[in-house]
Structures are given as C-alpha cells and as structure tokens.
Design a protein around this ligand. Structure first.
Ligand code: HEM
Length: 427
C-alpha cells in the first residue's frame, strides 16, 4: 500500500505474522518509526520505542511486574473495583460504562506503575486528575498523529499545545520519579517493620529505581510502560460488555457459571477454570480487539515467507527501511479461518475440540513472539474478575444505544465510538 507517500507492506498471512514476531524477529524493529517521533513525549529509552540491547534491558526491567505472584495479588484491584461498582446505577437507568472503566484502569495502573493511584473514581481526588488526563490524552493523540502521518509529521513541528501537554505529564511523572530515587537512596529501615510478614507491594517505578537513578532514564522507562497500559484493558472490558448487552443468552450463560462459583474466593486459579468467562474474553479480543495494527520496519534487507509472485504464495523481498503492517483485525475476521460467521460474536466457538488458532498464528490479540504484550495474563485475570463481579451483582444487561453495530474509533487503540451505553438490572 501507499502510506502517505511511503510504500508499505500490509499482511494478514499467519506465516508472515510468525516471521515478524518470532522466526525473523531480529530483522524487524520499531525504533526507526517510533524512536525520534516519540522522543519528546516518551523519551529515548524504553520498551515501546527501543530495539536490540536497549529493548532487552527495558523488557527485563518490566518482566517481574507481571510475575505469577503479582498477578495473583488481587487485593488492591478489588478496592478499586468496589468503587467502580458503586458508581453503576442500580435503578436500570442508562450508563456509559466506557468512561467509568477507563477511570478504573487509570486508577489501578497508576498505582502499580507509579506507586500512587490518581484515584479518579473518588469524588475528591488527591490532585487535579482531570488536568492530568487531558494532558495525557492530548500527548497520546499528538504522538498518534505524528506516527500516522509519517513524512508529513513536519506539519506538526511547531505545535506548542503538544509540548505543553507532555510537559504536564512529565511534571506528574517526575514527582514520582523523585520519590522512587529518594526511597532508593535512603538507608534500609531495619527498625519497626523488621519482623513484619507483610509482603511489600511490587511497584514498577521503585523496582526500576534499583537499576538506575538517572531521572530522565526513569521517566522514559516508566512512561513507555504506562503508555500501552492506558485505556487498553478498559476498552477490552467495555467491548465485552458491549457484546453482552446485545447477546442476552451469553450473559445468561456467564451468570450461570458465576452463580455456580458461589461464595468461593475469586482467585487466579478459579478464573482459569471458568470456561464461559474465558470464552467471552477470547471472542471479544478476536472481534473487537483494542490493538489491531502492528507496524515494524525492516532493519536489514529481508524476505517474507509469503505475499510475492502472481498468486501471492511466493516469498517477497523487503528492503531495509520498508515498513510492514500486520493487520490483526483482518486476520481475526478472516472467513477462511473463522468460517462464514467470522463477523458474529459467538463465544461458543472457543469450546472443546476447537482448532488451535493460537498455535497457527491466527489469533494474536496480544501479538506473539519476543515482543508479545507482557501484561497478557494480568489483563485476562482482571477482565475475568470484573465480569464475575458484574454477573454476581446484575441479573441482566440491556443495550441502550440506538446504534446496534460496533463502530470503531481509531486512536492508538481501537474503541467503540458510541461508548458502551447499557443498563444493568440488579438481582
Ligand atoms: C486488553 C489489553 C491489552 C491488549 C489487547 C494489549 C495488546 C498489546 C499488543 C498487540 C502489543 C504489541 C504491540 C506492538 O508490538 O506494536 C502490546 C505490547 C505491550 N503491552 Fe500490551 N496490551 C494490553 C494491555 C496492556 C497493559 C495493561 C500493559 C501494562 C503495562 C501493557 C503493556 C505492554 C507493553 C509494555 C508492550 C510492549 C512490549 C514490547 O515491545 O516488548 N499492555 N500489547
């Protein structure tokens, strides 16, 4: 395709997906496209913008955040979920769940990444959350526009609004960076907490400060991790509720499974056994996936397994510097893989005896290979937790949107343009 004057390859072939993600991983990178453009906002070091050794270092810094123990620790998530549930009307009036869910995940992600939640679900927030959010959203929009317009990004070269926005975000992050560095430099407290068995909560920024106390490096590393966390899970959960409001029988199946759980504690292990819940999440991430376009640049001359020749089945040459877009949306909607009902929401397709789409690189909502989303298990656990709590509390969910179909709004993530307007029936 011609992407605003640049020749770019678009692919939906699973063999090419596998090559880009895994078997030819070293041939592709993100830095040529993202590095310079993102630097003013995200800095020059971090998981989202780096390749090679720098990327390996950033990935190693972030990995422990998503360890089994951290994911299984649902106590602080529960605190935020209770606040979220308290804001949902129980008189069957219409609510748009999307902005509420975004506030929930903003609160949880700021807590586990920075060590302090912005508490946007509380009536009294500790500081001007709205101002921070506006600044962050504008910073992301500015970055998205610059990434999408490629050679025309110069049009935005003198845009003081973007600079103002990311400067505000930096001020917020720097405050927490200073706290993390200060904490690291303080002598270890061997006093009153010495015998305490309480496990200290894992906070990514504090862990990063053990490795580096360079404030610019820390700001860059943590912003690179926060950036993909913002909105993605809220959008995925919102999309699941969007579909459930239009498929009452699936809600009934979910509620049946959840009522069978009874008063058992909601644990990581329990979620793994909830087949209907997991099928709903899988199907939502297939149909309405928040991250649908993966773009890479060839770091050297390379050859893709398929796409060339008159029938598109031969290998195809990609010169160094050319971009490739892996279009996960089309892959997830391909009738040759999913059947004639590829565009329909059918969680039952994830039942026993199904084909192993994942093993064949046909289902990749978190992408795959070395740069696969590190938060995958945490995301699935948190969405499962929320769906279970919703189904415990509400007997039914009704669509209250005059528009039936899912209309995409494409930002850096893809979300429902009309929000998630529903009513929840308590019972
Ligand atoms: C439903 C929710 C989410 C989905 C569907 C999702 C999907 C993805 C996808 C497709 C990628 C690959 C992007 C690319 O290579 O261009 C990615 C990367 C990444 N995601 Fe997620 N993500 C989600 C939530 C999160 C959360 C909550 C975090 C929390 C920190 C996170 C952190 C990251 C990071 C750091 C990367 C970059 C990994 C690397 O380049 O090594 N994601 N995600």
């Amino acid at each position: 395709m011609n992407a605003l004057g640049h020749a770019q390859i678009q692919t939906t072939q699973s063999k090419n997906v596998q090559a880009v993600a895994a078997t030819q991983f070293d041939d592709f990178g993100v830095r040529p496209r993202r590095g310079k453009v993102a630097a003013p906002f995200l800095g020059s070091r971090g998981i989202f913008t780096a390749d090679g050794e720098l990327w390996k270092h950033s990935r190693a810094l972030i990995r422990p955040t998503f360890s089994r123990n951290e994911i299984a620790d649902l106590a602080s998530f529960e605190r935020h979920v209770n606040r979220f549930l308290a804001l949902i009307p129980v008189d069957s009036s219409t609510v748009d769940l999307q902005p509420l869910a975004k506030r929930l995940f903003l609160d949880t992600s700021t807590e586990f990444l920075f060590g302090q939640s912005v508490e946007s679900l509380l009536p009294e927030t500790p500081f001007d959350t709205a101002e921070f959010l506006t600044a962050f959203d504008y910073s992301v929009l500015g970055l998205a526009l610059r990434l999408m317009t490629g050679p025309f990004k110069l049009l935005f070269a003198i845009d003081p609004t973007w600079q103002k926005a990311y400067t505000k975000v930096h001020a917020f992050v720097d405050k927490h960076v200073d706290i993390a560095i200060d904490r690291q430099r303080r002598p270890v407290d061997t006093g009153k907490n010495k015998n305490s068995n309480a496990r200290e909560k894992y906070i990514l920024l504090h862990q990063m400060a053990i490795e580096t106390q360079d404030p610019c490096d820390l700001r860059s590393q943590i912003l690179n991790a926060f950036f993909p966390a913002r909105d993605t899970v809220a959008v995925a959960f919102g999309n699941a509720m969007f579909e459930l409001a239009r498929h009452p029988s699936v809600w009934e199946n979910l509620r049946g499974e959840v009522l069978d759980v009874g008063a058992q504690p909601l644990t990581f292990e329990l979620f793994k056994s909830l087949k209907t819940t997991r099928a709903i999440i899988n199907e939502t991430l297939r149909l309405d996936l928040p991250a649908s376009r993966i773009i890479r640049t060839a770091l050297r001359d390379t050859v893709l397994p398929v796409g060339g020749g008159p029938d598109g089945c031969s290998p195809v040459f990609m010169p160094k510097g050319q971009n490739i877009e892996v279009n996960l949306y089309t892959l997830h909607h391909d009738p040759q893989i999913w059947g004639a009902d590829a565009d329909d929401f059918k969680p039952e397709r994830w039942g026993e005896g199904r084909p192993s789409w994942e093993a064949h690189w046909q289902y990749e909502p978190f992408f795959g290979g070395m740069r696969m989303c590190p938060a995958q298990n945490q995301v699935i656990t948190q969405i499962s937790y929320l769906l279970v709590r919703m189904a415990q509390r509400f007997r039914a969910v009704e669509n209250r949107d005059s528009v039936w179909n899912f209309k995409e709004e494409i930002k850096l993530t893809v979300e429902s343009r009309n929000g998630v307007k529903i009513a929840l029936i308590a019972g």
